[in-house]
Design a protein around this ligand. Structure first.
Ligand SMILES: [Zn+2]
Ligand SMILES: [Zn+2]
Length: 397
């Protein structure tokens, strides 16, 4: 079957490259992916793939139904394969002949590659429907970069009718060489929370600070003291980050400002640590404010949950990858990542699932979100082969 898969992938080699270049040229930011959505729809239609209308303007749900007889227990499973389709508000500097024609917008995170890979995998699967049973749902998801797209698409009911038993996605990784993939079972990508703290004091003349109360000094103290939560209150083996990334206050060199606001993000992997950091952040800021004769208004938003890769599904995906790439090309990552990914919402609803890293790292890798990043065409067939092999492993006759 492995040779069969590569034969099939060889047939769409040119197609997958052309598809990526088209998507790259038509880069669009989250919830604005109109040309990209039209392209995906027309490609699926040409391939004869069923689509289900969604209550959002961008993004596509495609459905492929296997025609083989299911020999396993119960109903044949439904698998979801997800690709994010949005670009970033970055001015492109790749110099590629197919560079973005939309000024100030480019595919700097490689979602053009993800989209092309899923389109090509869909074509191969549609052509080989007799090789598997069950259902494959194709999730072309908008607005991953804003971290709102997955939840919006899930709200459209894409995980129902038939219910999805397992979900898989990939993301390019520049730390992984082209030709290889990397997996990580368990908590893989961090949750992403947002906090804002407003220190409210009493504004006064810079020459007479004792007549007011200094919100700026209270905020400065908070910026430093918040790090003590991680240093002194979270066990050293736990992974957590708290970063204050904004501070706003003051308009003149001789006025002690009345209000100063700080804002930042918290990244970690467990609900307990998340709650603890939230509680301690509020308590520390409130007490610092009091000690500076100020008030603190804390606003903590639980954002995206962590990505938790299912152990068994990750192993199955790794096996599929080993089948088509060889064991030496499948890397087990040593550490999780502190970044976030809205595929977390899929995994929250369908715990049997995994996201893996597809190697896109060349000799001198350029980081994701850099204006010079360009998803390497050579990595595309690798992603297609792994997706197809995974489906056949799970649903094949
Ligand atoms: Zn990104
Ligand atoms: Zn991305």
């Amino acid at each position: 079957m492995q040779e069969r898969i590569w034969e099939e992938v060889d047939e769409i080699r040119e197609y997958v490259v052309d598809a990526r270049h088209f998507v790259h040229r038509n880069a669009e930011v989250g919830f604005n992916e109109h040309a990209t959505t039209a392209f995906i729809k027309s490609e699926l239609e040409t391939a004869g793939i069923e689509m289900v209308p969604l209550a959002i303007e961008t993004g596509v749900l495609g459905i492929i139904r296997g025609t083989a007889e299911w020999t396993g227990a119960g109903e044949p499973p439904t698998i979801g394969l997800r690709a994010d389709i949005d670009a970033l508000p970055i001015e492109e500097a790749t110099g590629a002949p197919y560079a973005s024609q939309n000024k100030g917008v480019m595919h700097a995170c490689g979602h053009d590659g993800h989209t092309a890979i899923l389109l090509a995998a869909a074509k191969v699967l549609q052509k080989n429907r007799k090789e598997f049973a069950g259902t494959v749902k194709l999730f072309f998801q908008p607005a991953e970069e804003t971290l709102y797209g997955a939840a919006k698409m899930i709200d459209c009911g894409i995980l129902e009718n038939p219910p999805v038993d397992a979900v898989v996605a990939l993301h390019g990784g520049v730390e992984i060489p082209i030709g290889s993939v990397a997996v990580y079972p368990g908590p893989f990508m961090a949750s992403g929370d947002i906090f804002k703290v407003k220190m409210i004091g009493k504004g006064t003349h810079g020459a007479y600070p004792h007549r007011g109360s200094d919100a700026l000094a209270a905020a400065a103290q908070a910026v430093i003291s918040l790090q003590m939560i991680l240093a002194r209150e979270i066990e050293a083996n736990e992974r957590a980050v708290l970063s204050v990334c904004q501070i706003h206050g003051g308009n003149a060199f001789n006025v002690v400002p009345q209000e100063v606001e700080i804002a930042g993000t918290v990244r970690c992997f467990s609900p307990e640590i998340r709650s603890k950091i939230r509680d301690r952040l509020e308590s520390i800021c409130t007490h610092i404010a009091a000690s500076y004769r100020c008030d603190a208004v804390c606003d903590y938003t639980f954002g995206i949950p962590p990505v938790v890769n299912d152990l068994e599904e990750t192993e199955l995906l790794a096996e599929a990858a080993r089948d088509v790439l060889g064991p030496e090309k499948v890397i087990r990552l040593a550490n999780p990542m502190m970044g976030s990914e809205d595929f977390a919402y899929f995994l929250q609803r369908v715990p049997r699932g995994t996201i893996f890293r597809l190697g896109v790292g060349g000799d001198t890798p350029i980081s994701l979100h850099n204006p010079g990043f360009n998803f390497p065409d050579e990595a595309l067939p690798v992603g297609v082969a792994v997706f197809v092999r995974y489906v056949l492993k799970k649903l094949g006759r």
